[in-house]
Design a protein around this ligand. Structure first.
Ligand code: SAH
Length: 345
Protein backbone atom coordinates (compact mmCIF):
# COMPACT_ATOMS: atom_id res chain seq x y z
CA UNK A 1 0.00 0.00 0.00
CA UNK A 2 1.36 3.43 -0.87
CA UNK A 3 1.46 5.84 2.01
CA UNK A 4 -0.37 9.11 1.75
CA UNK A 5 1.82 12.22 1.82
CA UNK A 6 0.34 14.80 4.20
CA UNK A 7 2.61 17.73 3.29
CA UNK A 8 0.52 19.94 1.05
CA UNK A 9 -2.81 19.10 2.66
CA UNK A 10 -5.01 21.83 4.10
CA UNK A 11 -6.39 21.82 7.62
CA UNK A 12 -9.76 20.59 6.34
CA UNK A 13 -8.13 17.81 4.36
CA UNK A 14 -6.09 16.71 7.36
CA UNK A 15 -9.25 16.66 9.46
CA UNK A 16 -10.96 14.51 6.84
CA UNK A 17 -7.88 12.28 6.76
CA UNK A 18 -8.07 11.83 10.56
CA UNK A 19 -11.71 10.79 10.26
CA UNK A 20 -10.92 8.44 7.38
CA UNK A 21 -8.57 6.50 9.65
CA UNK A 22 -11.15 6.43 12.48
CA UNK A 23 -9.60 9.16 14.56
CA UNK A 24 -11.10 12.37 15.90
CA UNK A 25 -11.23 15.37 13.59
CA UNK A 26 -9.12 17.51 15.91
CA UNK A 27 -6.16 15.24 15.16
CA UNK A 28 -6.16 16.92 11.77
CA UNK A 29 -5.59 20.28 13.43
CA UNK A 30 -2.76 18.82 15.46
CA UNK A 31 -1.17 17.42 12.33
CA UNK A 32 -1.51 20.79 10.60
CA UNK A 33 0.28 22.46 13.50
CA UNK A 34 3.10 19.90 13.53
CA UNK A 35 3.61 19.91 9.78
CA UNK A 36 3.46 23.62 9.04
CA UNK A 37 4.26 25.42 12.27
CA UNK A 38 6.68 23.04 13.94
CA UNK A 39 8.05 21.75 10.60
CA UNK A 40 8.07 18.18 11.85
CA UNK A 41 9.75 15.68 9.56
CA UNK A 42 8.35 12.57 11.22
CA UNK A 43 5.42 11.50 13.35
CA UNK A 44 7.67 10.41 16.25
CA UNK A 45 8.36 14.02 17.19
CA UNK A 46 4.64 14.82 17.60
CA UNK A 47 4.67 14.72 21.38
CA UNK A 48 1.02 15.54 22.02
CA UNK A 49 -0.05 12.51 20.00
CA UNK A 50 0.05 9.21 21.91
CA UNK A 51 2.59 6.60 20.82
CA UNK A 52 0.10 4.08 19.35
CA UNK A 53 -1.42 6.75 17.12
CA UNK A 54 2.03 7.99 16.09
CA UNK A 55 2.86 4.43 15.04
CA UNK A 56 -0.42 4.14 13.17
CA UNK A 57 0.29 7.40 11.35
CA UNK A 58 3.82 6.29 10.43
CA UNK A 59 2.33 3.15 8.90
CA UNK A 60 -0.22 5.03 6.81
CA UNK A 61 1.34 8.35 5.93
CA UNK A 62 4.55 10.21 5.18
CA UNK A 63 5.71 13.82 5.34
CA UNK A 64 7.76 15.89 2.91
CA UNK A 65 8.43 15.69 -0.81
CA UNK A 66 11.91 17.10 -1.27
CA UNK A 67 15.33 15.67 -0.81
CA UNK A 68 18.19 18.16 -0.67
CA UNK A 69 20.54 17.41 -3.53
CA UNK A 70 22.84 20.42 -3.41
CA UNK A 71 23.20 23.67 -1.51
CA UNK A 72 25.35 26.60 -2.72
CA UNK A 73 26.06 29.71 -0.66
CA UNK A 74 26.71 33.00 -2.46
CA UNK A 75 29.06 35.74 -1.29
CA UNK A 76 25.96 37.90 -0.81
CA UNK A 77 24.52 35.38 1.64
CA UNK A 78 21.96 33.97 -0.81
CA UNK A 79 21.61 30.22 -0.76
CA UNK A 80 20.55 28.17 -3.76
CA UNK A 81 18.90 24.86 -3.03
CA UNK A 82 18.59 22.06 -5.54
CA UNK A 83 15.92 19.58 -4.52
CA UNK A 84 15.19 16.15 -5.90
CA UNK A 85 11.54 15.16 -6.19
CA UNK A 86 10.14 11.67 -5.67
CA UNK A 87 10.21 10.95 -9.42
CA UNK A 88 13.83 12.11 -9.74
CA UNK A 89 13.06 15.53 -11.26
CA UNK A 90 15.03 18.47 -9.93
CA UNK A 91 13.81 21.84 -8.81
CA UNK A 92 15.45 24.92 -7.29
CA UNK A 93 14.70 27.55 -4.67
CA UNK A 94 16.76 30.58 -3.69
CA UNK A 95 16.95 32.11 -0.22
CA UNK A 96 17.74 35.84 -0.23
CA UNK A 97 18.53 37.50 3.11
CA UNK A 98 18.40 41.30 3.10
CA UNK A 99 18.48 43.20 6.42
CA UNK A 100 15.45 41.99 8.34
CA UNK A 101 13.85 40.49 5.23
CA UNK A 102 14.25 36.78 4.60
CA UNK A 103 12.85 35.94 1.20
CA UNK A 104 12.49 32.63 -0.55
CA UNK A 105 12.10 32.47 -4.31
CA UNK A 106 10.09 29.31 -5.03
CA UNK A 107 9.52 27.28 -8.17
CA UNK A 108 6.05 26.28 -9.31
CA UNK A 109 6.92 23.97 -12.22
CA UNK A 110 9.81 21.79 -13.37
CA UNK A 111 10.92 23.78 -16.41
CA UNK A 112 8.53 26.11 -18.19
CA UNK A 113 6.51 26.02 -21.40
CA UNK A 114 6.51 29.75 -22.12
CA UNK A 115 9.91 29.97 -23.83
CA UNK A 116 10.62 33.64 -23.11
CA UNK A 117 13.68 34.23 -25.27
CA UNK A 118 15.95 35.58 -22.50
CA UNK A 119 15.05 33.07 -19.77
CA UNK A 120 17.25 30.06 -19.06
CA UNK A 121 14.44 28.03 -17.46
CA UNK A 122 12.49 28.21 -20.70
CA UNK A 123 15.37 26.57 -22.53
CA UNK A 124 14.89 23.33 -20.64
CA UNK A 125 11.30 23.06 -21.82
CA UNK A 126 8.37 22.01 -19.69
CA UNK A 127 8.66 18.85 -17.62
CA UNK A 128 5.74 18.95 -15.23
CA UNK A 129 3.70 20.95 -12.74
CA UNK A 130 4.73 20.82 -9.11
CA UNK A 131 2.26 19.48 -6.58
CA UNK A 132 1.02 21.80 -3.84
CA UNK A 133 3.12 19.84 -1.35
CA UNK A 134 6.23 20.19 -3.50
CA UNK A 135 5.81 23.96 -3.57
CA UNK A 136 5.09 24.44 0.12
CA UNK A 137 7.82 21.97 1.10
CA UNK A 138 10.40 24.36 -0.40
CA UNK A 139 9.46 26.79 2.39
CA UNK A 140 9.50 24.11 5.09
CA UNK A 141 12.88 22.70 4.05
CA UNK A 142 14.53 26.10 3.84
CA UNK A 143 13.11 27.33 7.16
CA UNK A 144 14.52 24.19 8.77
CA UNK A 145 17.86 24.67 7.07
CA UNK A 146 18.34 28.33 7.98
CA UNK A 147 16.89 27.81 11.46
CA UNK A 148 14.55 30.77 11.23
CA UNK A 149 11.26 31.81 9.72
CA UNK A 150 11.04 33.34 6.29
CA UNK A 151 9.34 36.73 6.05
CA UNK A 152 8.63 36.78 2.30
CA UNK A 153 7.99 34.38 -0.55
CA UNK A 154 8.14 35.21 -4.25
CA UNK A 155 6.88 32.85 -6.95
CA UNK A 156 9.73 33.82 -9.25
CA UNK A 157 11.68 30.60 -9.49
CA UNK A 158 11.23 28.06 -12.25
CA UNK A 159 7.89 27.91 -13.96
CA UNK A 160 4.76 29.93 -14.54
CA UNK A 161 2.55 29.89 -11.42
CA UNK A 162 -0.60 30.77 -13.37
CA UNK A 163 -0.07 27.70 -15.56
CA UNK A 164 -0.24 25.69 -12.34
CA UNK A 165 -2.88 27.89 -10.78
CA UNK A 166 -4.57 25.59 -8.28
CA UNK A 167 -1.35 24.28 -6.74
CA UNK A 168 0.22 27.75 -6.67
CA UNK A 169 -2.77 29.29 -4.90
CA UNK A 170 -3.24 26.40 -2.51
CA UNK A 171 0.43 26.45 -1.56
CA UNK A 172 0.30 30.23 -1.05
CA UNK A 173 -2.76 29.72 1.18
CA UNK A 174 -0.80 27.17 3.21
CA UNK A 175 2.17 29.54 3.48
CA UNK A 176 -0.04 32.31 4.83
CA UNK A 177 -2.24 30.23 7.16
CA UNK A 178 -1.99 31.78 10.66
CA UNK A 179 -1.87 28.36 12.38
CA UNK A 180 1.01 27.23 10.20
CA UNK A 181 3.81 28.95 8.33
CA UNK A 182 2.04 32.29 8.86
CA UNK A 183 3.73 34.50 6.27
CA UNK A 184 1.51 37.56 5.69
CA UNK A 185 -0.45 37.47 2.43
CA UNK A 186 1.08 40.81 1.44
CA UNK A 187 4.52 39.27 1.78
CA UNK A 188 3.78 36.65 -0.84
CA UNK A 189 4.24 37.73 -4.46
CA UNK A 190 2.91 35.73 -7.38
CA UNK A 191 4.66 36.66 -10.60
CA UNK A 192 3.08 35.85 -13.95
CA UNK A 193 4.14 36.29 -17.55
CA UNK A 194 0.52 37.36 -18.17
CA UNK A 195 -1.82 34.38 -18.40
CA UNK A 196 -4.92 36.47 -18.98
CA UNK A 197 -7.77 34.15 -17.86
CA UNK A 198 -5.95 33.46 -14.61
CA UNK A 199 -5.44 37.18 -13.92
CA UNK A 200 -9.22 37.59 -14.11
CA UNK A 201 -9.72 34.51 -11.97
CA UNK A 202 -7.20 35.73 -9.40
CA UNK A 203 -9.04 39.07 -9.25
CA UNK A 204 -12.48 37.45 -9.00
CA UNK A 205 -11.41 35.09 -6.24
CA UNK A 206 -10.20 38.04 -4.18
CA UNK A 207 -6.79 36.70 -3.15
CA UNK A 208 -4.71 39.00 -1.00
CA UNK A 209 -1.32 37.92 -2.34
CA UNK A 210 0.62 40.50 -4.31
CA UNK A 211 0.53 40.25 -8.07
CA UNK A 212 3.53 40.94 -10.28
CA UNK A 213 3.33 41.01 -14.06
CA UNK A 214 6.36 40.32 -16.23
CA UNK A 215 5.77 42.85 -18.97
CA UNK A 216 9.29 43.45 -20.34
CA UNK A 217 7.94 45.59 -23.14
CA UNK A 218 4.89 47.76 -23.55
CA UNK A 219 5.43 47.64 -27.32
CA UNK A 220 3.35 44.79 -28.66
CA UNK A 221 5.69 43.61 -31.39
CA UNK A 222 8.73 43.71 -29.19
CA UNK A 223 6.93 41.85 -26.43
CA UNK A 224 5.91 39.21 -28.94
CA UNK A 225 9.53 38.68 -29.88
CA UNK A 226 10.61 38.34 -26.26
CA UNK A 227 7.62 36.42 -24.97
CA UNK A 228 5.76 34.07 -27.33
CA UNK A 229 2.80 34.07 -24.91
CA UNK A 230 2.20 37.64 -26.06
CA UNK A 231 1.22 36.40 -29.51
CA UNK A 232 -1.82 34.86 -27.90
CA UNK A 233 -2.55 37.75 -25.58
CA UNK A 234 -1.50 41.18 -26.81
CA UNK A 235 -0.29 44.02 -24.59
CA UNK A 236 -3.74 45.59 -24.93
CA UNK A 237 -5.44 42.49 -23.46
CA UNK A 238 -2.89 42.43 -20.64
CA UNK A 239 -3.51 46.10 -19.89
CA UNK A 240 -7.24 45.45 -19.67
CA UNK A 241 -6.74 42.47 -17.39
CA UNK A 242 -4.50 44.53 -15.12
CA UNK A 243 -7.04 47.33 -14.96
CA UNK A 244 -9.73 44.80 -14.07
CA UNK A 245 -7.53 43.40 -11.31
CA UNK A 246 -6.82 46.88 -9.94
CA UNK A 247 -10.51 47.78 -9.92
CA UNK A 248 -11.59 44.52 -8.34
CA UNK A 249 -8.84 44.26 -5.71
CA UNK A 250 -8.05 47.89 -5.00
CA UNK A 251 -4.38 46.89 -5.16
CA UNK A 252 -1.48 47.96 -7.27
CA UNK A 253 0.26 45.24 -9.23
CA UNK A 254 3.99 45.43 -9.88
CA UNK A 255 5.16 45.58 -13.47
CA UNK A 256 8.49 43.85 -13.99
CA UNK A 257 10.81 44.88 -16.77
CA UNK A 258 13.95 42.86 -17.35
CA UNK A 259 16.24 45.43 -18.97
CA UNK A 260 18.10 44.01 -21.96
CA UNK A 261 20.86 46.08 -23.51
CA UNK A 262 19.86 47.56 -26.85
CA UNK A 263 16.63 45.58 -26.88
CA UNK A 264 14.13 47.23 -24.55
CA UNK A 265 16.11 49.97 -22.78
CA UNK A 266 15.60 52.90 -25.16
CA UNK A 267 13.74 56.16 -24.74
CA UNK A 268 10.99 54.85 -27.01
CA UNK A 269 10.57 51.81 -24.74
CA UNK A 270 10.39 54.01 -21.66
CA UNK A 271 7.77 56.26 -23.29
CA UNK A 272 5.61 53.31 -24.31
CA UNK A 273 5.74 52.03 -20.75
CA UNK A 274 4.93 55.46 -19.40
CA UNK A 275 1.93 55.70 -21.64
CA UNK A 276 0.75 52.24 -20.65
CA UNK A 277 0.83 53.02 -16.93
CA UNK A 278 -0.80 56.41 -17.35
CA UNK A 279 -3.95 56.21 -15.21
CA UNK A 280 -2.99 52.74 -14.06
CA UNK A 281 -2.06 52.54 -10.35
CA UNK A 282 0.94 50.21 -10.28
CA UNK A 283 4.60 49.96 -9.36
CA UNK A 284 7.45 49.42 -11.78
CA UNK A 285 10.37 47.14 -11.04
CA UNK A 286 13.37 47.36 -13.34
CA UNK A 287 15.56 44.26 -13.30
CA UNK A 288 18.89 44.67 -15.15
CA UNK A 289 19.32 41.40 -17.02
CA UNK A 290 21.47 38.68 -15.57
CA UNK A 291 23.36 37.41 -18.56
CA UNK A 292 22.31 33.80 -18.99
CA UNK A 293 21.48 33.57 -22.68
CA UNK A 294 24.32 34.68 -24.93
CA UNK A 295 22.18 36.73 -27.25
CA UNK A 296 21.32 39.19 -24.46
CA UNK A 297 23.33 41.56 -22.30
CA UNK A 298 22.79 43.73 -19.28
CA UNK A 299 22.67 47.48 -19.96
CA UNK A 300 25.38 49.46 -18.20
CA UNK A 301 24.31 51.09 -14.92
CA UNK A 302 24.13 54.56 -16.47
CA UNK A 303 21.60 53.36 -19.01
CA UNK A 304 19.56 51.75 -16.22
CA UNK A 305 19.55 55.08 -14.36
CA UNK A 306 18.57 56.93 -17.51
CA UNK A 307 15.70 54.53 -18.14
CA UNK A 308 14.50 54.94 -14.56
CA UNK A 309 14.70 58.73 -14.90
CA UNK A 310 12.65 58.75 -18.09
CA UNK A 311 9.87 57.15 -16.08
CA UNK A 312 10.12 59.54 -13.16
CA UNK A 313 7.30 61.82 -14.23
CA UNK A 314 4.87 58.90 -14.33
CA UNK A 315 2.87 58.39 -11.16
CA UNK A 316 4.11 54.84 -10.73
CA UNK A 317 6.97 54.41 -8.27
CA UNK A 318 10.02 52.94 -9.98
CA UNK A 319 12.61 50.74 -8.32
CA UNK A 320 15.68 49.00 -9.69
CA UNK A 321 16.37 45.48 -8.49
CA UNK A 322 19.85 44.15 -9.13
CA UNK A 323 19.44 40.46 -8.62
CA UNK A 324 21.98 38.85 -6.37
CA UNK A 325 23.56 35.45 -6.23
CA UNK A 326 24.95 35.36 -9.76
CA UNK A 327 28.19 33.90 -8.39
CA UNK A 328 26.27 30.70 -7.62
CA UNK A 329 23.96 30.88 -10.66
CA UNK A 330 21.07 31.66 -8.38
CA UNK A 331 20.07 34.94 -9.97
CA UNK A 332 16.83 35.44 -11.85
CA UNK A 333 16.42 33.20 -14.82
CA UNK A 334 19.47 31.11 -14.04
CA UNK A 335 17.69 28.29 -12.32
CA UNK A 336 18.13 24.63 -13.08
CA UNK A 337 19.39 24.28 -16.59
CA UNK A 338 23.02 24.16 -15.60
CA UNK A 339 22.53 21.54 -12.90
CA UNK A 340 20.39 19.47 -15.17
CA UNK A 341 22.95 19.68 -17.93
CA UNK A 342 25.69 18.62 -15.53
CA UNK A 343 23.70 15.76 -14.13
CA UNK A 344 22.66 14.43 -17.48
CA UNK A 345 26.15 14.86 -18.97
N1 SAH B 1 6.89 32.83 -15.07
C1 SAH B 1 6.82 33.87 -14.09
C2 SAH B 1 7.74 33.73 -12.91
C3 SAH B 1 9.16 33.27 -13.15
S1 SAH B 1 10.45 34.38 -13.64
C4 SAH B 1 7.01 35.21 -14.75
O1 SAH B 1 7.34 35.26 -15.92
O2 SAH B 1 6.78 36.21 -14.11
C5 SAH B 1 10.53 35.68 -12.53
C6 SAH B 1 11.08 36.94 -13.20
O3 SAH B 1 12.48 36.83 -13.54
C7 SAH B 1 10.37 37.27 -14.49
O4 SAH B 1 10.04 38.62 -14.52
C8 SAH B 1 11.42 36.92 -15.53
O5 SAH B 1 11.20 37.59 -16.72
C9 SAH B 1 12.69 37.35 -14.84
N2 SAH B 1 13.91 36.82 -15.45
C10 SAH B 1 14.06 35.71 -16.20
N3 SAH B 1 15.34 35.58 -16.61
C11 SAH B 1 16.02 36.63 -16.11
C12 SAH B 1 17.38 37.04 -16.15
N4 SAH B 1 18.29 36.33 -16.77
N5 SAH B 1 17.73 38.18 -15.51
C13 SAH B 1 16.81 38.89 -14.83
N6 SAH B 1 15.52 38.54 -14.73
C14 SAH B 1 15.12 37.43 -15.36
Amino acid sequence: MTKINLTGQSQEELQAFAESIDEKRFRGKQLFHWIYQRKATDFESMTNIATPLRRKLSGLATLGHLELQKRSVSASGSIKYLFRLADGQLVESVYIPEDDRHTLCVSSQVGCALMCSFCATGKMGFRRNLLTGEIVDQVLCVERDIGRELTNVVFMGMGEPFKNYDAAIKSANLMSHPDGIAIGTRHIVISTAGIIPEIYRFADEGHKFKLAISLHSALNEKRQQLMPISRKWHVQALTEAMKYYIKKSGRRPTIEIVLLKGVNDSYEDAMALKEMVHNMPCKINLIPYNPTIEAFQRPDPRQVDRFANWLLSSKAPVSVRWSKGDDIDAACGQLATQELDELSA
